[in-house]
Design a protein around this ligand. Structure first.
Ligand SMILES: Nc1ncnc2c1ncn2[C@@H]1O[C@H](COP(=O)(O)OP(=O)(O)O)[C@@H](O)[C@H]1O
Ligand SMILES: Nc1ccn([C@@H]2O[C@H](COP(=O)(O)OP(=O)(O)O)[C@@H](O)[C@H]2O)c(=O)n1
Length: 228
């Protein structure tokens, strides 16, 4: 548009764990003045609530019955993303190994996905300048009409090295195994699995620095906005 505010732009960034979704999405949103949503944090938050309330993670019926109970609020400022459950700041607790090992089972339950997907769509619709949303099924299911869809990949070795670097000395082989197992669970579930949308741009980040990935995505957004 020549005069007035630009149209809101919706960017979907999907891919497996450790490919750089969170770091890239936050930086791209900050550079372009957009909101940012970490959908993995929402699935982690509902998992944390299930664990805290003693729900049997092996029982999808029990999970489905309480899927609507937790009030999850995501703050979408890329400089300070926040997440609360029933008013409690859970940014730390959702990153424990216990939650990480249980999140795939909880997020495979259709009632959980329906509820979280609705929340994500309403957040995206209310982002005035646009939003970068990162996850597993954003381009395929949550926001199939996104202006730009990116699918990040990297070798399991590179992803495990990045994650174990973050976890301060965690064993790389154990980290790789846990990561590959979670990818397999996320990719094989029936409802809205981890998948590349047909119209997504795939970026293999194995040999790229984070700065290069960010530049690549910013350029793609700018090209979209310019109507190329
Ligand atoms: N291209 C890259 N090169 C090296 N390290 C990276 C790259 N992209 C991300 N990282 C690092 O890898 C770790 C995982 O990145 P993150 O953005 O959390 O991935 P995801 O959200 O896909 O799980 C972070 O410590 C991040 O700084
Ligand atoms: N859109 C999404 C995002 C995450 N998830 C689930 O949430 C988990 C945690 O996502 P995350 O993005 O925090 O994962 P990491 O990148 O931290 O490894 C994934 O392993 C999936 O089980 C999902 O099912 N759909």
């Amino acid at each position: 548009m020549e005069n007035g505010a630009a149209q809101p732009v919706i960017v979907a960034i999907d891919g497996p764990s450790g490919t750089g979704k969170s770091s890239t999405s936050k930086a791209v949103a900050a550079q372009l003045g957009l909101s940012y949503l970490d959908t993995g944090a929402q699935y982690r938050a509902i998992t944390w609530w299930m664990v805290t309330n003693g729900i049997d993670i092996e029982d999808p019926t029990a999970i489905a019955a309480v899927a609507g109970k937790a009030e999850i609020i995501s703050g979408t400022d890329p400089a300070d993303p926040t997440i609360t459950v029933d008013g409690v700041d859970v940014a730390g607790p959702i990153r424990t190994q216990e939650v990480t090992s249980k999140v795939s089972a909880v997020s495979a339950v259709p009632e959980v996905r329906a509820r979280i997907t609705e929340l994500q769509r309403s957040i995206a619709a209310s982002a005035e300048r646009g939003i970068v949303v990162e996850g597993r099924d954003i381009g395929t299911t949550v926001l199939p009409d996104a202006d730009l869809k990116i699918f990040l990949t990297a070798s399991p070795e590179a992803r495990a090295a990045r994650r174990s670097g973050e976890l301060k000395g965690a064993d790389v082989n154990a980290t790789r195994e846990a990561l590959v197992k979670r990818d397999a669970a996320d990719s094989s579930r029936k409802t809205s699995p981890l998948a590349k949308a047909g119209d997504a741009v795939e970026v293999d980040t194995t040999e790229l620095s984070l700065t290069q990935v960010i530049e690549c995505v910013v350029t793609l957004v700018e090209e979209k906005r310019a109507g190329k």
